[in-house]
Write a protein that binds this ligand. Structure first.
Ligand SMILES: [Zn+2]
Length: 255
């Protein structure tokens, strides 16, 4: 049986995500921005949270862990390298390794940039990626700890996943990302169409996620730093992609 997902809002613009394994009844929460909505979402689905998969240590991703763990006894899985700054870690995983709950197995992908210990969980059999604050729809996470070069390399790894991979991100930032994206990739028809779709969804109070790798490859400027048209728009024709990426990130910071 294939994994089931349930996405919902937490705090002001964080997403909560539950991944359920029907074969074993196990359920993982990806990060816990706040406990109450995560516990309520599980209850609504009739699922019991057995695991918590942590993407990175920021408060708006881990501050509900203790309460959910107390309520459910869930096992906390996180990057071993960051276990000192993530609460109550039970199972340390390493980038390049696997994270397992029930019968579901995720590849742990190293995604330094937003933070140095940030990881993504990719479930290849179910075409699910939990990208935390690395890849957003039409955008990417701010570089708090890593370098632009590290983030660009991480995004290239995510970009190489199958096009139909569903991408669940940490935040609903798509509308603001769309505003910036059209300024650096103005002739991209797929981006224009996506920006219109995003405006319609948000006006109706609906989420813009999950997205897919295929859609982001076609529309997200941060996955297209090696696209000649974007480099030309930035006045950086022929420059290395990592430099173009750094310039994109810098301009978005100021936008
Ligand atoms: Zn973060």
């Amino acid at each position: 049986m294939t994994a089931q997902t349930h996405q919902f809002m937490c705090l002001s613009d964080n997403f909560g995500l539950l991944i359920h394994d029907p074969a074993t009844g196990k359920t993982a929460a990806v990060d816990v921005p706040e406990a109450a909505p995560v516990l309520a979402a599980a209850k609504e689905k009739g699922w019991t949270i057995s695991h918590i998969l942590v993407t990175h240590h920021h408060a708006d991703h881990v501050q509900g862990i203790a309460e959910v763990k107390q309520a459910t006894g869930a096992e906390v899985i996180a990057n071993g390298a960051d276990a000192h700054r993530i609460p109550l870690v039970d199972q340390k995983v390493a980038p390049g390794g696997k994270a397992t709950f029930g019968s579901l197995v995720a590849d742990v992908i190293d995604t330094p940039g937003h933070t140095v210990g940030h990881i993504n969980y990719h479930f290849p059999a179910d075409r699910i990626l939990a990208s935390g604050d690395t890849l957003f729809s039409l955008g990417c996470g701010r570089l708090f700890e890593g370098t632009p070069g590290q983030m660009w390399e991480a995004l290239k790894v995510l970009r190489a996943l199958p096009d139909d991979t569903k991408v669940f991100c940490g935040h609903e930032y798509t509308a603001s990302n769309a505003k910036f994206a059209v300024t650096v990739d103005p002739d991209n028809a797929a981006l224009k169409a996506r920006a219109e779709e995003v405006a319609t969804l948000r006006a109706a109070g609906r989420p813009t996620l999950p997205t897919t790798i295929g859609r982001e490859k076609a529309t997200n400027p941060f996955l297209r730093a090696d696209d000649a048209a974007i480099a030309a728009t930035l006045g950086m024709a022929g420059r290395p992609a990592a430099e173009v990426f750094a310039e994109l990130r810098e301009r978005k910071n100021k936008a």
